[in-house]
Design a protein around this ligand. Sequence first.
Ligand SMILES: [Zn+2]
Length: 449
Amino acid sequence: MKCTVITNVVIFTVDRTDTLIRKGTVIVRDGLIAAVGKKEDISIPIDADEIIDGRGQMALLPGLIDSHNHSSLMRGVAEGLRLVDWLPVYDLEHRACTEEDAYHAARLSYLECLKNGTTTIMDMYRFMHRSAEAAGELGIRLHLAPYAADVQPYDFFETAKANEKLIKTHHMSQNGKIRVWMGLENLFYCSEDMYKGAIRAQQEYGVGIHTHGCEQEEEEQNIIRTFGKSSIDMLEQRGILGEKTLLAHCVWVNDDDIKKMAATGTNLAHCAISAAKLGCGVARIPLMLKEGVNVSIGSDGVIDNNSMDLFQEMKFASLIQKATNYDASVMSAKEMLRMATINGAKSLNMENEIGSIEVGKSADMILVDFFRPNLQPVFWNEEETNLLWNLVFSAKGENVDTVMVQGEILVRQGKSTKVSETEVMIMAQTQGEDWMRRREYHKKLTGLG
Ligand SMILES: [Zn+2]
């Protein structure tokens, strides 16, 4: 049984009462958190295989959870476009996408996420058996929700059948780090039958459902014109609202929609930077939180964002609410950290396994080095500190020193312990150039973009 000890660290447990331990120790045994507490209360086991000493200069946080992502190599290639104009351009990426593209996209994307302190990703992409392969190489925890659609002309996406096959072959693989959900693109791309099939699979395999909705005003108005009701009402009619469903975006929702999401326990993946970039607007998060919606945080991937750093995401998601609500008190550092950790775990129906530093949970944790110019000075007044504000509003992914998933160290001193980062980048460059060439061909063929 492997035993790792992390000591002399400031622990932000993100447990029910947000317990903060100024000088703490965590013992990890066999991938699980075996003890958490003050340094003086926990003795270091004599059989410890490794002792990591934070020297009072590291903060230990639960691993961050990116609850909506699309791995891709298309960074910086669809700029200055509102969502409605951006979507046809995005489709080009998918018309050209091959299995090899998906694999190299996943490797580069997951490497970026991992180095920035993300230990779990919900990825909606294509050829996802290859995404699972990439995750296996890096060691990251991954939820797969294939981009599935069946309405023409969007049927170049994945099929429901392939999604179900993926559940059979990959769900709970890699020691439970890989989970497969049913993915549904959106109401215009998926037929009623696909929703029925997703619910059947959800019941048969006990998996969740992940889909998009209510992202831009025109899109929502179009839904209302086409179906005679709001997206949330349509998703309710399709039967998918509930605790095992995760909706991305929900910028354009009305008060009744929000109440419905809260009442059904439907989870939200809030993608603040993506919504800003694509000119979608600002989701009404303070109201959603007040109504009791579980709000987690998604980056939405590189083509939408253009980076995948949940530290940036926490800061931006908070600031945009302060600015647009003319209220500096909303979305505190504590709330933002909960959104990026335990709320994310709940979104993925994993709140009993990950999302906080508590005994019995999987050791998915990160160490942030705060002896850095951008995170100093640190003040303490009894057990009160400015450190959490520094971590949420001043830290960057590059301040992450160590990343652990299931007790295994995947990033040490900011570098992957599992892959050659140079090799991942060189391969991504070659594959990306080839993908861009094929994308250009589809551009000419379709006249899109
Ligand atoms: Zn998305």
